[in-house]
Design a protein around this ligand. Sequence first.
Ligand SMILES: Nc1nc2c(ncn2[C@@H]2O[C@H](COP(=O)(O)OP(=O)(O)OP(=O)(O)O)[C@@H](O)[C@H]2O)c(=O)[nH]1
Ligand SMILES: [Mg+2]
Ligand SMILES: [Zn+2]
Length: 311
Amino acid sequence: MSRANRGRVIQVDAKQVHVELDGRVQPAALRGGLFEDMGRAKNPVAVGDYVELDEDVEGVVVCKVSPRRNYLGRIASSHDPREQVLVANVDQLLIISSLRQPGFSSNRTDRILAACEWQEIPAILVLNKVDLIKPEETEGICQTYGSVPIPVLPTSAVSGLGLDELGALLKDKVSVLYGPSGAGKSTLLNKIQPGLNLREGRISKYWKQGRHTTTHSHLHPLDMGGYVVDTPGIRTFRLFDVSARELRDLFPDIHRISASCQFLDCSHDHEPGCALDAALEDGKLAPSRWASYLEMLDELRSDPKESAEDQ
Ligand SMILES: Nc1nc2c(ncn2[C@@H]2O[C@H](COP(=O)(O)OP(=O)(O)OP(=O)(O)O)[C@@H](O)[C@H]2O)c(=O)[nH]1
Ligand SMILES: [Mg+2]
Ligand SMILES: [Zn+2]
């Protein structure tokens, strides 16, 4: 390999990355220089990154990472306050959630949505496993997120509901499926494209052991056009390095209402004349959205190491 070649990272392992280039997959190590000047980042390369490859005595190596159009990042873990980049250069993020097995977490959903807003990544909320619930059980969630506004798509990998719409959303785009373990990310992708043969969890194992079936993020091409990134399930999600002022703008519904707050820099947690009080009373703002915002505000005012959880 005499000249540098440009490709896209489809998977990152402990010692090497897999790069798609010219229609094939090339394993490559990371050149040492990539670990210099990383600032507060944990990983120099993420799935979805465009990289340049070179060959040296050690074999094929990644020598350069192209600037990112956007990325999904978070605080790495409770023991590691650096920023972990989960995926880069995507057109949209689909939060795959369910109301049962596992139950819906508005807190986790709101955190992921704030991260998307931060990087201007369009987000869609998928409510999977609707075969396990009554149709009216989705109403509250549809209303809350519809008024953010975030599109909400009910699906069932069992009954097939919403799968055509999901396929249409994924076509010709680079999408990342993200959310808690067991919500059905891999199962939905297998329904959209059976040839992917992604490993699906066995429900009995899961709820007893809380296991993650998908262990690595992987970017897959879709036959109909587009790419999807299947990711391992997450428990908690904490935004990296956002100020209190910035956080307010990451909740579009709260941001809109705040135009009527008495103070221009109202943080909506104690000030008199806060417009959120009336909005909550009139049902114009979901209490769960306000609770998520307050929890995140509290966290970023305290030591970031104190309340984060792994995964
Ligand atoms: N009832 C029902 N079960 C589903 C549905 N979708 C997925 N499942 C089941 O849920 C379990 C978990 O599905 P996975 O696709 O492995 O979930 P995942 O989100 O990829 O989980 P991780 O890889 O651990 O992050 C499997 O037993 C699936 O058969 C659905 O729409 N309805
Ligand atoms: Mg999976
Ligand atoms: Zn206010």
